[in-house]
Design a protein around this ligand. Structure first.
Ligand code: ATP
Ligand code: MG
Length: 396
């Protein structure tokens, strides 16, 4: 067995649809894989529609596979045994893996099926032959096994490639989507709430690199509220890669709105000002669109009228991936991606500190433009941007 090496086999999603762009997508995926496994010095190799990751110690293989299951663009990952391209070596590896699998399951009596793919047509056995022969061997060596071609409990996979053969029993589902960086860059307006991190995750899944911007109103919001947002950005960065997070002081603008504009309009005005600053920062950061966690009707500032008034403040496209989601669905996703527990920590957000008693639910664009013109916000916007801080949020 000494010629057996453990290697991760990565199958990718959707990339094959991209024709001429394929090498570009594959390179982006390979970079994302290296980043996800850093600082381990792995070797990532592309071969005929598959990516192989070499150089991971056997005892770290499952953890590495788990990390890769968060990388967008991956369909599934299998920890494999790489062996010489001889049928005896394949039999040997499959037997070792079957022994391990049976030790993990209860009892010896389970169903299995062999799957095979012969990418190297010089290999003397065809796929069907490999399946039949290897199935036969396993039945001889593990007499309590039985074959089930419809719904096997154990799936033994064999891939015959140019250099070697790869044998595996596990296929860990990947995150799907497209590699981050293959579809441009967008700026996520991130609050400390449940919704915006989920929105960022969804857009990153489509291959969009993410920058983020957060508005805080010290001393009305605390230091800990800011730390919470940094923590949320780090969790999103596990999927999206490192995120440039801009922290913008918003107190002056918020107090000016509060002091000079109609009370029922403060939330919508705040949202307009946030969008304008976000758009400015997005342009200088190379982002081409804005992302928010809004959903139709969730609160007064998310009626169709309010969203219209918010959109009117900017010219960039605004992506609202949660637009048709119920809160329950958003919460399920937040739990699945790991942001929920941080999001529900009770630190106040600037939007909640300054909520009006009776917010308008059907604001009119003309009216809100007038209200906004009551204050000269331009110099305040300049100051907010000048005092903005940049934090690099990366997976910790
Ligand atoms: P979330 O759960 O994301 O906070 P929400 O349901 O509480 O959303 P709002 O507070 O109205 O809704 O915010 C709507 C969207 O505006 C948020 O999803 C986010 O994209 C953006 N936003 C709100 N507050 C801030 C903030 N302090 N900094 C940056 N963006 C914000
Ligand atoms: Mg909120």
């Amino acid at each position: 067995m000494d010629s057996m090496e453990t290697v991760l086999l990565v199958r990718y999603a959707e990339i094959h649809l991209k024709g001429l762009n394929r090498p570009f997508f594959e390179r982006a995926l390979m970079n994302a894989i290296r980043r996800a496994l850093a600082p381990a010095p792995v070797e990532v190799v592309r071969e005929q529609g598959r990516i192989f990751v070499y150089g991971i110690a056997a005892d770290r293989l499952m953890e590495a596979a788990a990390r890769l299951s968060r990388v967008f663009g991956i369909h599934s990952v299998s920890p494999t045994c790489a062996v010489e391209k001889r049928f005896e070596a394949i039999e040997e590896a499959a037997s070792v893996l079957m022994r391990e699998t049976l030790d993990e399951l209860e009892g010896e009596s389970h169903s299995f099926k062999v799957f095979s793919r012969r990418a190297d047509k010089r290999f003397p056995l065809r796929s069907e032959d490999i399946c039949r022969e290897l199935g036969h061997t396993l039945l001889q060596r593990f007499p309590a096994l039985r074959v089930d071609v419809r719904a096997p409990e154990i799936r033994v996979g064999v891939e015959i490639r140019q250099e070697r053969a790869f044998v595996y029993v596990r296929e860990i589902p990947g995150a799907g989507g497209m590699p981050v960086g293959t579809n441009g860059r967008a700026m996520l307006l991130i609050s400390g709430g449940i919704d915006s991190p989920v929105a960022g995750h969804m857009i990153a899944k489509r291959g969009v690199a993410i920058d983020a911007i957060h508005f805080y109103s010290y001393p009305y919001t605390s230091e800990r509220a800011r730390d919470k947002v940094i923590e949320l950005a780090k969790i999103v960065a596990r999927y999206a890669g490192p995120i440039r997070l801009y922290l913008v002081p918003f107190t002056e603008i918020q107090l000016a709105i509060y002091d000079h504009c109609p009370p029922s309009e403060t939330t919508v005005l705040m949202r307009r000002l946030m969008m304008q600053i976000a758009e400015r920062v997005a342009r200088s950061s190379g982002a081409q669109a804005l992302i928010t966690g809004e959903a139709i009707g969730q609160v007064a500032s998310q009626t169709i009228e309010s969203l219209t008034v918010t959109n009117d403040a900017v010219s960039m496209p605004v992506f609202r991936p949660l637009i048709g989601f119920d809160k329950e669905e958003i919460i399920d996703r937040a739990k699945a991606i790991g942001t929920f527990d941080t999001s529900i920590q009770p630190y106040e957000d600037c939007c909640t500190v300054f909520v009006p008693q009776h917010p308008v639910t059907k604001p009119k664009v003309e009216k809100l433009r007038e209200s906004e013109a009551l204050v000269d916000f331009a110099p305040m916007i300049e100051r907010a941007i000048a005092d903005m801080q940049l934090v690099e949020a990366a997976e910790g």
